[in-house]
Design a protein around this ligand. Sequence first.
Ligand code: F55
Length: 828
Amino acid sequence: EKAKWPKETIELWERLSKKEANDVETIEKSIVHHVTTTLARAAYNMDNFSAYQAVALSTRDRLISRWNETQGQLSKVDPKRVYYLSLEFLLGRSMDNALLNMGLKDKYGEGIKRLGFNMEDVIESEVDAALGNGGLGRLAACYMDSLATLDYPAWGYGLRYNYGIFQQRIVDGYQTEYPDYWLNFDNPWELPRLDISIQIAFGGHVQTTQDEYGVTRHTWIPGSSVQAIATENCNNIRLWRSKPTKAFDLTSFNEGNYEKSVEDATNAEKITSVLYPNDNTMAGKELRLKQQYFWTAASLHDIVRRFKKSMREWSDFPDQVAIQLNDTHPTLAIVELQRLLVDEELLSWDDAWEIVTKTFAFTNHTVLPEAMEKWSVPMFEYLLPRHLQIIFDINLFFLQKVEKKFPNDRGLLNRMSIIEEAQPQQIRMAHLAVVGSHKVNGVAALHSNLIKTTIFKDFVDYYGEDKFVNKTNGITPRRWLHQANPQLSALITEALGNDKWLKNLSLLKGLNAKAEDAAFRKKWMTIKRANKVRLAQLIKDRCDIDVSPDALFDIQVKRIHEYKRQFMNILAVIHRYRTIKSMTAAQKASVQPRVVIFGGKAAPGYYIAKLVIKLINSVAAVVNQDPAVGDLLKVVFVPDYNVSVAEIIVPASDISQHISTAGTEASGTSNMKFVLNGGLIIGTLDGANIEILEEIGEDNIFIFGCMAHEVEDLRHAQRYRGVPMDPALQGVISAIERGTFEDPKIFQPLISTLTVGKDFYLISADFASYITANQQVDAAYKNQEEWSKKSIRCTANMGKFSSDRSVKEYADEIWNIKPYPVEDEGHL
Ligand code: F55
């Protein structure tokens, strides 16, 4: 149409769509414009929150115009794209990040100050987008940041939950959960795409017919349907929400059943109501399966619609589309694409299956058996009858090929089958994901090797080694250093002469030389102290506990889980407490003061994890008010740990704890965040700790405990040879049982997990070396000059752990996609 316009019209559009200028006055005008029009408020009834809304809307205007330009240019090139399917995107706040990425934070800060507000308070008014549980969801957010930064053509697909991960409050030492209704006030970071709406079907039955050539065709006749509506954010994430379908409303309504039609509508909206709060455990709920199908079907429909615009052959699909499965949660996408190609596009099974397997790749995040997704066949059949048939066919053809390669091995077929022969039968989603993908990856070197020798061993024998690769996780330095630790970021930029390190993190190596510079070390440690003061204030505000920023800050923040061993940490704290209590005044004088900080949520149904939180709080209550201890030891549980709290905590640590039983933590990513910010870590030889050790060197990390290959023998010895409990640990347990911390009856179920022969996570086996490692930390911290060198060398050698590196490896070795830098045309 543009071609038909007269010259004047085109010129008018071009003149009026020039980008807004970046001077403070223009910025102020746009803020005030949003206050007076979009928000319909006036200066005299403004508060921090409305200031936030106005700054957010103004920021969004600028983001949208840049983003539009990118999308417009990309759609002309139509390159191969990657689609990152994740049920979780743990984004946190957006405004600070967006302003920093556009290089406009200072200008906006100045403008908002002149308008009578303080930028830090305005930033604090934003609520977190907490659509994730922990590491897996935050990884997806970091990857979206890197994909955008590196100009890869990529879309994230997820669900727009009305309720994110629950808010945690501590009542009488116990965790209580509150709904996180994050959309209470409009969300300025999303754009409703009411034009993008798809019908998603459920239930019903399958009709089998012969076509004119005598070929059997299957048609799914659904029993009900809901609508999927898209919302988009400027980070290329498309989130679906469910709505009742018009047609469906009418059916019940016309039958004169008003109540039923309202009930159906409510059920439709339920699908995207709430994020399931379990990490590393499988709930098996019908609503969760509905979520998974709703989301994968909507996303695939959207992907296929975009592909069809290009009028290519179906066989070109894998050259245009790569789909990454973030864990097994989106595995139904494999089945849905096969169904679309065979039932609706009428491709042959084999042609379709070749397209499917070339398109998908699968990331595994755990080896814990309780986390493996399985769906009961009867429930699945009721919701998705045609998909069940397809899964049985995929399994049949797969097992026939296995039988051909390894004949007469019933055991092997049983182990590899997608269907577990239980009562009732179960669908093993991890097996389906492996069979339907061309690449399977783990998230750290140790973990990628472990999956090849344990859960997927038979599949490696069958497919060969090449299908199974490693992609060590990474984190975005834009949020986790530049945004969270602005002072350290500025010092690094000053030291290196520019800020190129932000997009090429290996340049941090240049800081190694600075470790020898006493003046630089002083600046470095002054910033660490300022960050500790900031955290001490948060602890005062949230817990009303006074902690000294001169003490060693020792931090363990992550989801509460037995395998992560927060229990072992608090047991060692009790040991420390008892040691201090037994000391003379002279002995106490040489004790290194320590503040032990915990944070993290327990899944609401995870009884033992919740007891660990209670124990931490009971210990804190006793220790913190014991005059015999004073400032030598403080214990803090920071409630409601989330991304924005992490942004305060991470820069403030002297030491952080990553102490999972070897072989259980697939990677860990907070370990990377702490070390990048100059915090040392104490950890086991597990997950990415091993690779961090390789990068920063053994002088800059405190390693203890057994190795992954020793775990099996240790468990066996414990169980069958009755290895006695570690004596120091025994002393600690006795103290709890004597009632040192509240009524010991409360903690009996927790203590029982340590019974000889049942200590599955090997707390007793690792306890002595854990205590020793903590003593080494105290000793090392006494020498502040040497400690500061270690701290600088930590940051200097963390380049590998940028999510830019991870994403580039995925792009080159799995997705086969290239970046498309977009030129800035200076137009909206
Ligand atoms: C959420 C839901 C289900 Cl059903 C299962 C697992 C989860 C979940 O949150 N998992 C998770 O966070 N896994 C973690 O992934 C990180 C990123 O790869 C790893 O660093 C971490 O080791 C792993 O536990």
